[in-house]
Design a protein around this ligand. Structure first.
Ligand code: PDD
Length: 283
């Protein structure tokens, strides 16, 4: 497998990262996951804008990102997946610092790492829906930063898997925030509702696209807080994300949502979303 590390394309066995890297010791880094629908990266600019936001909020030096698209396309070619639905993973940490110290020095050089891997759409989940569970959101108050410090999400995701759930939906003070790796929206009647952007959720790119689709297709939508009760009583629930795309949730903690089947608005939004990446590829 070929990877990108600090400006070089290397074979995975050639990659060396210091154990004193602050990404390893403190999860002191940020990341992005970007979808590749042959033969283009989808919403690359939006992901890079958010990457710069995360870096600047964490006060990590922003490396030159201008060559990213070419490097990622080179990785796709070298790894022989140019014809496959894939994802890119980008991680930038604050870099190496010794001796270990919580407070960071200004002089560290960021560690800039990228990989690509095959990632086919989860068609079965998108068509038939998934089961999710609810958990209290115990994460920090800066979930708007796409930080690699994901241990709360990791623990929730494992709990979910053990209970047969595909995703966990978090609530804070009785209101829905987001999923462990997705944003959430509900549909009541023919209205799409999603929690407003805040420091408690990631400003998801799929969420943004879904709201744009609503605006363009004349679907009524609101950004407003959703109580746990409202979530359970809604007609449809959708989880949204780069890897998840638009996936219906048909059960929450064992309770059926609506009639327990993916609903009509979900299908409409999925069709419009697919048009977006197909037209992106033909451009
Ligand atoms: N997750 N909220 C959280 C906590 C996420 O981790 C993600 C994405 C989203 C959706 O954002 P977007 O639509 O921009 O992908 C919302 C990525 C895919 C991951 O961690 O793998």
């Amino acid at each position: 497998m070929f990877l990108f590390l600090n400006g070089n394309i290397l074979k995975s066995e050639e990659v060396r990262i210091s154990p004193f890297d602050r990404g390893f010791q403190f999860s002191d880094g940020v990341y992005e996951v970007i979808r590749y629908y042959p033969k283009k990266f989808f919403e690359l600019e939006s992901h890079l804008t958010r990457l710069k936001y995360s870096l600047s909020e964490m006060r990590i030096f922003i490396p030159d990102l201008s060559g990213i698209e070419n490097s990622l396309l080179e990785l796709i070619e070298l790894n022989g997946i140019a014809g496959e639905e894939s994802i890119a993973y980008i991680q930038i940490t604050r870099g190496t610092q010794y001796p270990r110290k919580h407070s960071y020095a200004d002089s560290t050089e960021p560690t800039f790492f990228m990989t690509v891997e095959k990632f086919p759409s989860k068609k079965n989940e998108m068509q038939n829906g998934i089961k999710a569970g609810l958990e209290e959101d115990i994460r920090w108050h800066r979930c708007d930063i796409k930080s690699t410090a994901l241990i709360a999400n990791v623990m929730s995701s494992r709990n979910a898997a053990e209970k047969g759930f595909t995703e966990i939906i978090y609530h804070r003070n009785g209101f829905i925030t987001e999923g462990a790796h997705t944003n959430v929206c509900v549909i009541t009647g023919d209205t799409v509702i999603t929690p407003p952007l805040s420091n408690f959720i990631l400003p998801g790119i799929t969420r943004k696209l879904v709201l744009e689709i609503c605006a363009e297709s004349g679907i009524t939508y609101f950004e407003k807080n959703i109580s746990v009760d409202e979530l359970k009583r809604s007609d449809e629930i959708l989880i949204l994300g780069t890897t998840t795309e638009i996936t219906p949730v048909i059960e929450i903690d064992g309770e059926k949502i609506g009639n327990g089947k993916p609903g009509p608005l979900c299908k409409k939004l999925q069709q419009e979303y697919q048009k977006l990446f197909l037209s992106n590829n033909n451009r």
